[in-house]
Design a protein around this ligand. Structure first.
Ligand code: FES
Length: 141
């Protein structure tokens, strides 16, 4: 399915809903990785609003991206069991190791609750992490 068709399907899914712009933007970013200029124009046209309005919302919320983020991603579990195993104490070192090169994402359970703290890079799961091993995971992402 082309990007245009995906966007059209997302817009159709939210048609008739009150305040559809934000949910549409979230879904477009989730499916396409960003809300680029072409997507903004298509959304504006479909909702009969100014493109500047769409762009304004994207600029206001830092979660939205206008270009794909191609950095490697390390997902770190921050759900209850991993919190109980002190994942929060590892975050500053992970952030320092990530810098601008790696994107850290918080996720809420990777199914390794008894072996946390846990992280995932692509299809690879990492469990029983301490600061040094999490930094290594980030550095190798
Ligand atoms: S709570 Fe972290 S893996 Fe389940």
């Amino acid at each position: 399915m082309s990007s245009e068709n995906k966007i059209a399907a997302i817009i159709a899914r939210h048609s008739g809903r009150e305040g559809p712009l934000l949910p549409i933007l979230h879904d477009v970013q989730a499916e396409l990785g960003c809300v680029d200029a072409a997507a903004q124009a298509e959304i504006a046209r479909a909702l009969n609003i100014a493109r500047a309005e769409v762009h304004g919302v994207i600029s206001f919320y830092h979660d939205f991206r206008e270009e794909p983020d191609t950095r490697p991603v390390v997902e770190i579990c921050r759900a209850e069991a991993c919190q109980a195993r002190r994942v929060e104490a590892l975050i500053p070192a992970a952030e320092a190791a990530a810098g601008d090169r790696v994107r850290l994402e918080s996720v809420y359970c990777l199914g390794l609750c008894g072996m946390g703290p846990s992280a995932r890079v692509g299809n690879h799961l990492h469990a029983g992490l301490d600061e040094a091993s999490l930094v290594k995971v980030v550095n190798q992402a």
